[in-house]
Design a protein around this ligand. Structure first.
Ligand SMILES: [Zn+2]
Length: 109
């Protein structure tokens, strides 16, 4: 008589052969681990897989945040430099305008 039940190698519960995945290479035609244990294992693996990318994306977020902070710092520095340049340009324009005025005046004479 063919066995209808067997013990799972994981949970050691005696279950119906139908509750084991088909494995033609096995004597009884079914794998040694029950479907429940396989499902639980696969769920654990899936959770592991979803945890890893999360950890990576958290690192990426931190890198991104650092990048933004660094970027903001540089923008602030650039704005300061730009303000200084604008003041310098204004002063230069003033000098040029004065020189033009002087030249125009000298031409007029
Ligand atoms: Zn099991």
């Amino acid at each position: 008589m063919k066995p209808t039940h067997k013990e799972c190698t994981k949970c050691h519960e005696v279950k119906l052969l139908d509750l084991y995945p088909k494995a033609p290479q096995n004597r009884d035609g079914h794998g040694g681990t029950c479907k429940v244990c396989i499902a639980a294992y696969q769920l654990r693996q899936r959770r592991k897989r979803t945890v890893r990318p999360k950890a990576i994306s958290e690192d990426n977020k931190n890198f991104f945040r650092l990048g933004v902070m660094e970027g903001e710092r540089r923008v602030h520095e650039l704005e300061k430099a730009l303000a200084i340049l604008q003041t310098a340009i204004k002063a230069l324009m003033e000098v040029i305008r004065e020189a033009d005025k002087a030249e125009a005046g000298s031409k007029a004479f």
